[in-house]
Design a protein around this ligand. Structure first.
Ligand code: AMP
Ligand code: TRP
Length: 334
């Protein structure tokens, strides 16, 4: 069976863009592949953060992923497997400084952190972030990595690192991981539907997967639908986004019937919005209920994921044992 690996940073609440764009796919892939998913807390140390908040958000992301249907035995917390940092160091020595300087996300993120402040602190960790990501991927011999388009360059780097390692040490040790781009839609902001839904845009712009039903309904009711409406009958971005949400929820009949209305020129937003809200809360309610159950069971869930991380760590240790031998380090007792 082929190996799949993906990971997410513990950033707080998941929004429906994250869910429909990525996590829903993670859950489905579990039926077909040998999947391993990580909450990458080491990666979240690369930008300024608060220690307590990081730990809190790490567990929160674990609980939320479990609520969406990620299987506990497939889930690990990155820092519970310190081999990730060790492999990252080893891989950094087969990565050229030049290729690191070409990583566009570093440029974007460092500009985001600094804003206009030329003297802002940018960590070397942020610069090295893609090598740690390559370590996550290569550690478990991933064949496929389900990610968004924005991660394409990091995946290419992971393949280059694998290739250079194999070449330098004269053996085909690491697999060549391929990205698996999700066919699932790009969900746009409900307040400004020309922009991608994102937490950084502010509260009005994203729908929290774990928000109360009344709030989800209200956000769909107040979703911008008329901005950019064109007289020639093409669909405005806001209406298109609502249809995308229907599609992501697999509400085929509702989708087809409302789309027919649109084509006939008889679609009323007064009909579209409640229909989308009904379908969406139908998908989100069970997830929120599972989340509440998990929150009521925090202690046992933490133990469960500490244990699954420990099991997954054994695979990481096997990799490190082999890698240490290949690169010329002394034997370590595990
Ligand atoms: P982020 O925390 O923004 O890095 O996102 C985590 C995952 O969700 C990544 O795989 C993204 O590609 C995906 N994602 C984020 N925002 C959206 C969106 N608005 N629509 C679809 N997918 C998204
Ligand atoms: N860099 C990824 C992001 O920003 C998160 C990530 C870390 C990741 N390690 C990974 C994704 C390994 C896929 C595989 O979304």
């Amino acid at each position: 069976m082929k190996n799949v690996l993906s990971a997410v940073q513990p950033t707080g609440d998941l929004h429906i863009g994250n869910y429909f764009g990525a996590i829903q796919n993670w859950v489905r892939l579990q039926d077909e592949y040998n999947c391993t998913y990580g909450v990458v807390d080491y990666h979240s140390m690369t930008a300024p953060y608060q220690a307590d908040k990081l730990r809190e958000n790490t567990w929160k992301m674990v609980f939320q992923l479990l609520a969406t249907g990620v299987k506990p035995e497939n889930l690990f917390i990155q820092s519970l497997i310190p081999e990730h940092t060790e492999l990252s160091w080893i891989l950094s020595c087969v990565t050229s400084y030049g290729e690191m300087t070409r990583m566009t996300q570093f440029k974007d993120k460092s500009e985001q952190i600094a804003g206009k402040d030329k003297s802002a602190f940018i960590s070397a960790g942020l610069f090295m972030y893609p090598v740690l990501q390559a370590a996550d991927i290569l550690m478990y011999r991933a064949d496929y990595v389900p990610v968004g388009k924005d991660q394409e360059q990091h995946l290419e780097l992971s393949r280059n690192i694998a290739q250079r390692f194999n070449h330098q040490f004269g053996r085909e040790y690491f697999a060549h991981p391929e990205p698996l781009f999700t066919a699932t839609p790009k969900i746009m902001s409900t307040a400004e539907p020309t922009k991608k839904m994102s937490k950084s845009l502010g509260e009005k712009h994203y729908i929290n997967v774990f928000g109360e039903e009344a709030r989800v309904r209200k956000q769909i009711r107040s979703a911008v639908t008329d901005a950019g409406d064109t007289p020639d009958g093409t669909m405005s971005p806001g209406v298109k986004n609502l249809f995308e949400i229907l599609k992501a929820c697999e509400a085929t009949e509702v989708y087809d019937s409302l789309m027919q209305d649109f084509k006939n020129g008889t679609l009323r937003y007064g009909d579209l919005k409640p229909a989308v809200a009904d379908v969406l809360v139908g998908v989100l309610n069970p997830i929120r209920e599972r989340y509440q159950e998990i929150l009521g069971n925090r202690k046992a869930t933490k133990e469960l994921i500490t244990a699954s991380s420990w099991e997954i760590r054994k695979r990481a240790q096997k990799t490190l044992k082999e890698v240490r031998s290949i690169v010329g380090l002394p034997k370590l007792r595990y």
